[in-house]
Design a binder for this molecule. Structure first.
Ligand code: TMP
Ligand code: ZN
Length: 405
């Protein structure tokens, strides 16, 4: 039995996605030998209901100097984070000399707007190359992990933070207690700690099982976040559903008693119970549905090959690693994938070792089919690749089930 990272309660396994590499560690052909793997399995805590990975990679493996995920990679993300920044500027930061800290600022996609507004800010990110991209946009960055000592130093240097923000970062942190101690050390008395992360109902209810990978240690719900907040001296005061990454939730924590929790919190808690998001039977059904996607996808790719037709992959987010490794899809079924991120091109999808090429290779190859791994950008990509459809190309989607468009 595994024990809960948050409350030490017993964690019950709900799904096993097999032996998997670090999903953003795109390797060069000569680096294949040194790849590390884990058993990618998820469980739920019997006591606090936190859904979490059973095993994890060492942090140094997941985040390193050449972290290949760039948050600014899509127009919808850029737009979203500009709106996030504007809301802070008009809300929490509309005061005398405000200060905002972002944990995991990546390439500065959110803080860029804050910096342009001339507001005091600091991005904290351990990955040197993405932090350098942020700095090039005029964003102040500190290249380190966010923990209590770092938070104490930041407060000594800049004073308390009115807002501490994280997006697609907080669920990556194994030791949430240490993180919240850092937040406690840095946050002003009336400040908020807001984070936007993949939602368990998206992963389970909408079948986005490819959100499960080594970096996503937690799959939050309002219920599990509330329990965690209370355990470590905070209160969940607001929640909001977001369209990003197929469906995320923004959680807002404050010091206890400082803010009236919104109705949205109670509503989300009620809906989560109605959905059975803490019921073992719900996860059993999910695991069976996920296994069916694997069977159907492998069968479809096999049929395409048998018919002498061609298929490639479109987009190589970390999700591509989960799906190809879970399904056992290699170059014999999918000769290459294309991705617009230059840092991924010329490398291989971790574990499955499918080459990543630039989107031009897609246009040149004129495949009959394309598996849309970046399915959370369906609209943007289908608009961009209209020609593919026009000349008879067909998109393959596998969330929530395998289908050909
Ligand atoms: P993300 O949803 O995790 O940001 O990952 C999307 C991936 O898809 C990222 O590696 C960039 C890639 N991508 C393309 O290759 N073409 C596109 O048009 C878009 C929007 C994304
Ligand atoms: Zn627990």
């Amino acid at each position: 039995m595994y024990s809960c990272r948050v409350c030490n309660g017993p964690v019950r396994e709900v799904i096993d996605l097999g032996r998997q590499p670090s999903a953003n560690r795109f390797v060069l052909p000569d680096e294949v030998e040194g790849e590390l793997f884990l058993r990618l399995a998820v469980g739920m805590c019997d006591d606090c209901t936190m859904v979490q990975l059973l095993e994890d990679m060492p942090q140094e493996v997941r985040y390193h100097d050449t972290y290949r995920y760039h948050a600014s990679g899509s127009a919808s993300h850029r737009k979203h984070f500009e709106q996030v920044a504007r809301r802070f500027l008009e809300g929490e930061l509309a005061k005398d000399d405000p200060f905002i800290v972002e944990i995991g600022c990546n390439d500065g996609v959110m803080l860029e707007t804050i910096a342009q507004a001339g507001v005091r800010h600091l991005g904290v990110d351990p990955a040197k190359d993405v932090a350098a991209l942020a700095a090039a946009k005029g964003v102040r960055v500190r290249t380190t992990f966010f923990d209590e000592p770092a938070a104490v130093e930041i407060r000594a240097e800049h004073g308390p933070a009115d807002v501490i923000f994280g997006a697609n970062t907080i669920c990556h942190v194994s030791d949430q207690e240490a993180l919240l101690r850092g937040v406690d050390a840095l946050l002003s008395d009336d400040g908020i700690y807001a984070f936007e992360e993949p939602y368990l109902d998206t992963v389970v209810g909408r079948m986005a099982f490819d959100q499960v990978y080594d970096e996503h240690i937690y799959y939050f719900t309002a219920r599990s976040v509330r329990a965690m907040a209370e355990r470590f001296g905070f209160e969940l005061v607001d929640v909001e559903e977001l369209a990003l990454h197929g469906g995320e939730v923004r959680y807002v924590l404050a010091r206890p008693g400082r803010r009236q929790p919104t109705r949205a919190v109670a509503e989300m808690l009620a809906r989560e119970s109605a959905l059975g998001l803490a019921e073992p039977a719900r996860f059993e059904r999910w695991a069976a549905d996920v296994a069916r996607v694997r069977t159907d996808l492998v069968e479809l790719l096999g049929d395409i090959r048998a018919q002498g037709k061609t298929v490639v992959g479109y987009g190589s987010p970390a999700k591509t690693s989960t799906v190809t490794n879970y399904c056992g899809i290699g170059t014999e079924l999918l000769p290459f994938v294309v991705d617009s991120t230059p840092a991924k091109q010329g490398r291989l999808v971790p574990g499955s070792h499918i080459p990543v090429r630039s989107p031009e290779a897609f246009t040149e190859a004129q495949p009959d089919y394309a598996v849309l791994f970046a399915w959370n950008h369906t609209e943007e990509i289908m608009a961009k690749e209209k020609e593919f459809r026009d000349r008879g190309g067909r998109w393959i989607l596998y969330v929530p089930e395998v289908r050909v468009l």
